[in-house]
Design a protein around this ligand. Structure first.
Ligand code: NAD
Length: 260
């Protein structure tokens, strides 16, 4: 990341009036949540083909396998804290520049950093919540975790329902949430600056969002550690850490008061 790149991003953000940020797993790696594709990421340790919606729905064995993984991944999300990248996006919202964050993440960290619920569009759901698929009763994922840690292999809804409990995440092979997809596309098209942070931009249909924004005339900026397939369409690409880049840029736009 060069000083000139930081200056350019600072200028783009300073002059923008309606920024839409699009975040992926890379915005949360500095909070201690591994991404999927980097070395050491989730797919180095688990086979994604096993954890599909179809396998979850089809058999108790599929659900058992899913919860075995969920029991170990949820504590990582539970103990993670928002990092300077999440906080920088909140600063942009407080400055009246950020319209919303469209996120592929399921970790709830944008909300925990201080963005209101209605400013976070979650395309892949939220891992801190769960729900019964029969009666729709909501469950905190925390409560389900207590059952898993007490030895329950496949959590079921309280009697008399006994329905299948599913986390409120969008699993592989599951339909995308219609309302969120429509809302995300509408807001992407209304943005004047579309800022991608920490996404490989290979997971579709979420990865169409920067293209919708671009087609509608937005400036496209990408902050990511590695190349993405849409770098060629971007007005600015910064290779760097989400936390370092966003914190430096917001410090230039809204300097923090010096401590005494
Ligand atoms: P990804 O794993 O495909 O890619 C993450 C990208 O972030 C990579 O290109 C990597 O180079 C980059 N990156 C990693 N650390 C970074 C950092 N500190 N600063 C800047 N860039 C960094 O993730 P994705 O594109 O978001 O898509 C994969 C899917 O994984 C998503 O659908 C999401 O639902 C899910 N996921 C979510 C979480 C989470 O909620 N935190 C974690 C893992 C996976």
């Amino acid at each position: 990341m060069s000083g000139a790149d930081l200056e350019r991003l600072t200028d783009l953000i300073s002059t923008a009036r309606r920024i839409v940020a699009f975040t992926g797993a890379g915005v949360s790696t500095e909070s201690g949540i591994p991404d999927f594709r980097s070395p050491g990421g989730v797919w180095d340790r688990f086979d994604p083909n096993e954890f599909t919606f179809q396998n979850f729905m089809a058999t108790e064995g599929g659900r058992r396998r899913y919860w075995e993984l969920g029991r170990t991944t949820f504590p990582v999300i539970r103990r993670a804290e928002p990092n300077p990248a999440h906080h920088a996006l909140v600063t942009l919202w407080r400055l009246g520049k950020l319209d919303c964050v469209i996120t592929q993440n399921i970790d709830n960290l944008h909300q925990r950093a201080g963005l209101p619920e209605d400013r976070v569009i979650e395309l892949h759901g939220n891992a801190t919540r769960a729900r019964c698929l029969s009666c729709e009763r909501p469950y905190e994922r925390e409560r389900v975790q207590e059952w898993l840690e007490a030895g329950v292999a496949v959590p079921l809804c309280d009697p008399p329902c006994g329905g299948i409990i599913k986390p409120r995440t969008i699993m592989f092979g599951e339909a995308m949430p219609r309302r969120e997809m429509e809302e995300a596309e509408r807001r992407a098209r209304a943005a004047d600056l579309f800022l991608v942070v920490g996404s490989s931009l290979v997971v579709y249909p979420a990865a169409y969002m920067p293209l919708h924004a671009r087609d509608a005339g937005a400036t496209l900026a990408i902050v990511n550690l590695t190349d993405t397939p849409h770098d060629g369409e971007a007005d600015l690409v910064i290779r760097g850490s989400a936390a370092a880049v966003l914190a430096q840029v917001t410090d230039r736009i809204a300097p923090r008061p010096a401590s005494r």
